[in-house]
Design a protein around this ligand. Structure first.
Ligand code: ZN
Length: 160
């Protein structure tokens, strides 16, 4: 069965940066399950997996444009520390989720000076070319229930 839209795909993967640093892996955890074509995984990886079969191993090098985007200075802003509910936890390097008009971002505190906090809402992997090593474990048709829920059930998916 080849990977196409609305298939549940279960993969093991290693994700490395261009410098060879391991950024993420399914090793030691459950494999990752997703429904193809729903934007659950980055577009570049969906493209690389399209048409592949269970048992295949692929390597994919994905440019930032098809991964987590390129950095934008517009996503760096300075806000008063009084905006934070717990100002004493706001320190350089701390990450948290922030919601704005475009949805959910990971915000990283890059500077705390006087009463001002500089936040970087670029994705931590923005500008990174991603190197994936993927082993396709299973490919199957998504069930009606999975499609209506918008996620896969069972191994690597939602357990409910
Ligand atoms: Zn469900």
């Amino acid at each position: 069965m080849e990977i196409s839209e609305n298939m549940v795909v279960i993969i093991d993967y290693n994700l490395s940066s261009s410098s060879g640093e391991l950024l993420d892996t399914s090793e030691g955890r459950q494999p990752l399950a997703y429904i193809h074509g729903m934007g659950h995984i980055i577009i570049g990886l969906e493209k690389a997996l399209l048409g592949k079969k269970a048992g295949e191993k692929i390597k994919a090098v994905i440019a930032p444009e098809e991964a987590y985007g390129t950095r934008s200075n517009e996503l760096v802003e300075t806000v008063p520390i009084s905006n934070f509910q717990a100002p004493d936890t706001v320190k350089e390097g701390v990450q948290f989720q922030a919601r704005d008009a475009d949805g959910l971002h990971i915000a990283t505190v890059t500077k705390v000076a006087d009463d001002e906090v500089t936040l970087d809402m670029n994705h931590p992997l923005a500008d990174e070319t991603l190197h994936f090593d993927v082993e396709i474990k299973e490919v199957r048709q998504a069930t009606e229930e999975e499609l209506s829920h918008g996620h896969s059930h069972g191994t690597g998916g939602h357990q409910h």
